[in-house]
Design a binder for this molecule. Structure first.
Ligand SMILES: Nc1nc2c(ncn2[C@@H]2O[C@H](COP(=O)(O)OP(=O)(O)OP(=O)(O)O)[C@@H](O)[C@H]2O)c(=O)[nH]1
Ligand SMILES: [Mg+2]
Length: 308
């Protein structure tokens, strides 16, 4: 039976690449459900993270950053976000405090303006730990103006830092207040609905993004090929064999990812294995094969194969 006043629903976080959507999703859920990096366009799937409270259940939908697409992948990611926007109870637009509101933000706000008026829209000024009080105030005023210019009003305007945790609980309260009364949508304790294989692939990709620059982060895609229980292991100490393919777009990129004497690939393996073992709660043997899928970001057939 649902307690009276219990609320449940979907809150979608949108914003430019690198605006802090995934970090905020993780902070709201209280555990890492989405990978993050300082490279733009890290998120490529709508990841759902679930916040369980006694008074409600808030499903946070983290989305890829909206941007001017330069590849078919970019176009598909944008379409994914606009599709998601029409299916949620409340939308939060992330506007990083350190960066002045620009044409990219204005374009996204324009998308929000096009949603039905009864869908509440919340402006979230993110990364407040990186900005002084004057800049934060300026951003809050800018956010308000942004909506006014487009002929709508925010249900709330909230400054928050996912890193210091400041105001994260308040944001959760405000978002939950915007979703309808209703029963829980996910079982107790479930923090994400992402399939395990996607979560594993994302951890490998996150480790691979660390330290690579320019266009290379966009060229990396990871697919889990196989997860097998190692035969002949004692019950108290099982081992999983996880085999992944890490795709890049060109031969030259393969060398960069593998590194001198394989050093980078080893580092990627070590870092992602720790995350995968924490996720699965068992020891893991991780095997990563680096492969070239030529120009996959622009190739519809390859995109389909990679799940986009
Ligand atoms: N100092 C600080 N850094 C933050 C905060 N939130 C996010 N970041 C950093 O900003 C960068 C981008 O964060 P993400 O959460 O990956 O951004 P995103 O909006 O999900 O990016 P895409 O998935 O590429 O659209 C990362 O380096 C984060 O560590 C914050 O509140 N404070
Ligand atoms: Mg993200």
């Amino acid at each position: 039976m649902t307690a009276p006043g219990f609320r449940s629903g979907f809150a979608c976080l949108v914003g430019r690449p690198n605006a802090g959507k995934s970090t905020l999703t993780n902070a709201l859920v209280g555990r890492k459900v989405a990978i993050t990096s300082d490279r733009p366009q890290t998120t490529r799937h709508t990841i759902r993270g679930i916040l369980h409270r006694v008074d409600g259940q808030l499903v946070l939908v983290d989305t890829p950053g909206l941007h001017r697409p330069r590849t078919l992948l970019g176009q598909r990611l944008n379409d994914l976000v606009t599709g998601t926007l029409s299916e949620v109870d409340v939308v939060g637009l992330c506007l990083p405090a350190p960066d002045r509101i620009g044409p990219g933000d204005r374009w996204i706000a324009g998308q929000l303006a096009g949603l039905p008026p009864d869908v509440p829209k919340v402006a979230v000024v993110t990364k407040t730990d990186l900005a002084g009080p004057d800049r934060i105030v300026e951003q809050l005023v800018g956010a308000e103006q942004l909506a006014t210019d487009l002929g709508f009003a925010w249900a709330e305007i909230v400054p928050v830092s996912a890193v210091s945790g400041e105001q994260v609980a308040l944001l959760a309260d405000l978002l939950l207040a915007q979703v309808p009364e209703g029963p829980a949508l996910y079982p107790d304790g479930e923090l994400t609905d992402a399939p395990e294989e996607l979560a594993i692939a994302e951890l490998v990709r996150e480790a691979a993004l660390d330290g690579i620059r320019d266009e290379l982060p966009h060229s990396v895609a990871v697919v889990v090929e196989e997860v097998l229980s190692r035969e002949g292991r004692p019950d108290h100490d099982p081992l999983l064999d996880v085999r992944c393919s890490l795709f890049v777009e060109r031969d030259s990129q393969k060398g960069i990812v593998i590194g001198r004497g394989g050093a980078r690939l080893v580092a990627i393996g070590t870092r992602s294995r720790a995350g995968i073992e924490a996720l699965l709660g068992t020891r893991v043997h991780l095997d990563i094969h680096v492969k070239v899928a030529k120009d996959w970001q622009r190739d519809p057939r390859q995109l389909n194969k990679l799940g986009f």
